[in-house]
Ligand binder design. Structure first.
Ligand code: NAD
Ligand code: ZN
Ligand code: ZN
Length: 381
């Protein structure tokens, strides 16, 4: 089969790899119909993620058709068209039993904090991902769901991570009726979070980024007010002005380890690797919510120390909530929102690349060229 393979930072190629095979009775093999590239994949592409091995195939957002099933699979049949959550999880351990699918204790021998994620290095289990023609789906009775007939395939694709993660980010913010929410980052996760804040009852939604084309999207797609942090002197002061001096009630951080806006943070994280990410947007979130507010963190950070303003968070009495999104938990509600016309996740898609052109797709997405927001990959256009 053809698959995207990692060759080192900023180097990818499409290669012929052996077709995946059933390795366990509860595996399925899925023929990929659509895959997406996530902002998280850029952390891998930039070489930020430890234990990203040569030859690894990325891709944790994909839908496809079941081509083969192991002898113990009961919930899927050959020919089913499925959406596959980005998390690999067992469904029955202590953590899965509590809905913490992204913290499954049985699927990742390489770490105890994070569970399994497709195509996200050996740090999250070493599972090859869906930017390929075929993918092995372990624990096939647990993760995948059949795509309902009335759900558009591109909407289903965006529920495997980006939209569901944004929605989860808004859920974790514990929004109360009329709250002011500020969302850092106008990538797909931030856009989905901003759109979802309204569904949770927010009275005001403000999105912060420094890319004007993405802020325009935040206005159209998420009906948000926007602030370009590159055009104001001090974004925290600006947000305080905008919220009567007290600060927003809640913030969603949807930027992660490679945040811009602070040279020293950038140098100590990306260049010197002294910290597990540059928490610029996280610190802005801590500074710009009101005392007693909530900060929901969706952005990805490495496991080691980061220079987060934790003392300020403590002294302000903030609640900080975070996780990798357990996306299947969000699906039933999101299917209803799509059917009711409240959301249209696929409106975030700006680019469609054939699998053969995936190196170009990563380059365009990483460099934020051509007003790109969400690229998807089509193995057989
Ligand atoms: N928790 C999860 O389950 C989960 C799932 C998916 C993605 N993620 C993470 O969420 C983050 C966002 O993902 P995405 O796909 O939207 O990525 P993306 O790279 O497309 O978007 C990030 C946006 O943040 C903006 N930005 C940079 N510095 C900023 C700052 N200081 N303040 C405000 N905005 C800033 C960038 O201009 C960009 O538009 C990534 O870190 C990704 O790894 C987490
Ligand atoms: Zn992702
Ligand atoms: Zn589990």
């Amino acid at each position: 089969m053809k698959a995207m393979t990692y060759r080192g930072p900023y180097k990818l190629r499409v290669e012929e790899k052996p077709d995946p095979v059933i390795e366990h009775p509860n595996d399925a093999i899925v023929r990929v119909e659509l895959a997406a590239i996530c902002g998280s994949d850029l952390h891998l592409y930039h070489g930020m993620m430890p234990d990203t091995r040569i030859g690894h195939t990325f891709g944790h957002e994909f839908i496809g058709t079941v081509e083969e099933i192991g002898p113990s699979v009961q919930n899927l049949a050959v020919g089913d068209r499925v959406l596959v959550p980005f998390n690999v999880y067992c469904g029955s351990c202590f953590f899965c039993a509590r809905g913490l699918y992204s913290n499954c204790h049985n699927v990742n021998p390489n770490a105890t904090a994070v569970g399994g994620i497709y195509g996200y290095s050996h740090t999250t289990g070493g599972y090859d991902g869906g930017q390929a023609e075929l993918v092995r789906v372990p624990l096939a009775d647990v993760g995948p769901s059949v795509i309902p007939d009335d759900i558009h395939p591109e909407d289903a694709l965006l529920l495997t991570d980006a939209f569901s993660t944004g929605y989860f980010g808004a859920q974790l913010a514990d929004i109360e009726e009329g709250d002011t929410a500020v969302v850092f980052g106008a990538g797909p996760v931030g856009l989905a979070a901003a759109r979802s804040c309204w569904l949770m009852g927010a009275g005001r939604v403000i999105v912060v980024d420094h890319l004007d084309y993405r802020l325009r999207k935040a206005e159209e797609f998420a009906f948000a007010e926007t602030i370009n942090f590159g055009k104001v002197g001090d974004i925290v002061r600006e947000l305080k002005y905008a919220t009567g001096g007290l600060g927003a009630d809640v913030a969603v951080e949807a930027v992660g380890a490679e945040a811009d806006g602070h040279v020293l943070q950038h140098v100590t994280s990306a260049k010197l690797k002294l910290q597990g990410g540059s928490p610029v947007a996280l610190n802005w979130a801590i500074d710009s919510v009101r005392k007693g507010g909530t900060v929901s963190v969706m952005g990805a950070f490495g496991p080691i120390f980061s220079a987060v303003k934790f003392g300020d968070a403590v002294n302000k009495g903030l609640t900080i909530r975070t996780n990798q999104a357990p996306v299947k938990r969000q699906w039933p509600r999101l299917f209803e929102h799509i059917r009711a016309g409240h959301i249209s996740p696929r409106d975030m898609i700006t680019h469609r690349f054939p699998l053969d052109d995936i190196a170009e797709a990563y380059h365009v997405f990483s460099s934020k060229l051509d007003d790109i927001i969400k690229p998807i990959v089509v193995p057989a256009p």
